[in-house]
Design a protein around this ligand. Sequence first.
Ligand code: SF4
Ligand code: SF4
Length: 328
Amino acid sequence: MNTVVFFQELEQLPQAAAFFKLDAFHHQTVPVKMHMGEPGNKYFSQPSLAKPMVQVLREAGATPFLTDTTAAYPGPRHTKEGYLAVAQRHGFTLQSVGCNVVIDDTGVPTTVEGRVFEVATQLHQAKAMVALSHVKGHIQTGMGGAIKNFGMGGVTKESKIALHHGSRPVYRKDMCTHCGVCAEACPFDAIKVKEESWSLAKGTCFGCGVCVNVCAQKALLYQDADLQFLLACSTKACVQGKTVLYLNEVKRIARGCDCDPGAGPVICPDVGYLLAMDPVAVDAASLDLVHKVKPDVFEKVSKISPWKQIKFGEEIGLGSSSYSLVEL
Ligand code: SF4
Ligand code: SF4
């Protein structure tokens, strides 16, 4: 069973890390994967989270560096140079965190469950890695944590786009009763239903899968698969065969993702930090602890169950949701 260590103060990180064997990090160059913040977003994890982890890694004999990938959508994080400038503005510098910051824009094709994901080159090359993940709500996956951090954030722009497109709906006219339920449920107003017609504004559809889930007639199918399944696959492409330490920061739990400048408001009081070596266990434990404070808060806000990524992660062998919680 996985050990998940739960603690309240970052000063306790070395004590929490002592529960895990970090031999695999010795003499390794270790990417520390984290989102370094979209301009305008107020909730993303700060350099103060990275700094003590960098220290823990140095003490384990590793050479760490902070890393993330370029964003698929237009904006300052779309290019390496633009993202580096944003990271510096947000305080992610050699001086403040104690290691270099590398933004990756290239990938290596890796196949999982018959699908090809371009894993960021820096991640692909590593034998041992760390994920620093901010746990918050997400409009397409209910919650974003460790699985979302690698699943979307660990791959190239091209793979990010393919992930989103893969979970768009395909319409089966013969099955449709034109009830309009999908149009009412779509959070992005991308579907229009009239008496005899159904249409999708592809430019507006984010591939959240809500419409596919609510159609009782099974008139909507995924172009490929549920986004949470694809994210679990993509995460497996990033981490398989490697030793990975996962730190989830379950604080400033906003309604929306770190890439959303208008992600607020905060929807749940702070919970704390969780450390584990399994992405499924650390996300399952984060969800359990959030739900103790605010039952089903993510599903109530986004209408999407975040448990799907846990279930899919287990199904494809990414990890296990069974864990024992050690509280410091
Ligand atoms: S929910 Fe299904 S049956 Fe109803 S309009 Fe949408 S696609 Fe058609
Ligand atoms: S996948 Fe989501 S955004 Fe796209 S049409 Fe369906 S409900 Fe709307």
